[in-house]
Every structure is written in structure tokens, then in C-alpha cells.
Design a protein around this ligand. Sequence first.
Ligand code: ZN
Length: 74
Amino acid sequence: MISQDLLEILRCPACVREKEGLLKLERETWLVCQEPDCGRKYPIKDDIPVMLIEEGDKWASVAVEELPVPPPDD
Ligand SMILES: [Zn+2]
């Protein structure tokens, strides 16, 4: 579980320069960008959010309900 304080400061790295890039926590293990034209999803592995654009890209086309829980190790 990651802290609320941390959640509040995290932003989608692909969006934050031009937009808010707010993230929503889904099923305790994913952070989903709320920008409608983004859809990147960032896994939380061992309580550490993996905030890499290339990681977010991997999951952009996967529906929230189809995200694996827990996120896979690679
Ligand atoms: Zn985004």
C-alpha cells in the first residue's frame, strides 16, 4: 500500500509538462492517468510506483479491468 501523501504528488510523466496528468489508484496496484488522450497505466511493484513512460506505454491499450494483479515482474 502506498501512502496518500505520495499518491497526491505523483503525476503521469508523459502528461505533466502540458497537463495535470492526475493519476487514479486502481486495485491498490496500478496508477492510471486520468487524461482522456493518454490512458497510460503505471504498476506499483513492492510498494514502489514505476513511473516510467515506457512502462506506462506498455499498458496504455489494456482496459483497467484487465490489468494483472499483482503486476508482472519483468
Ligand atoms: Zn498521462
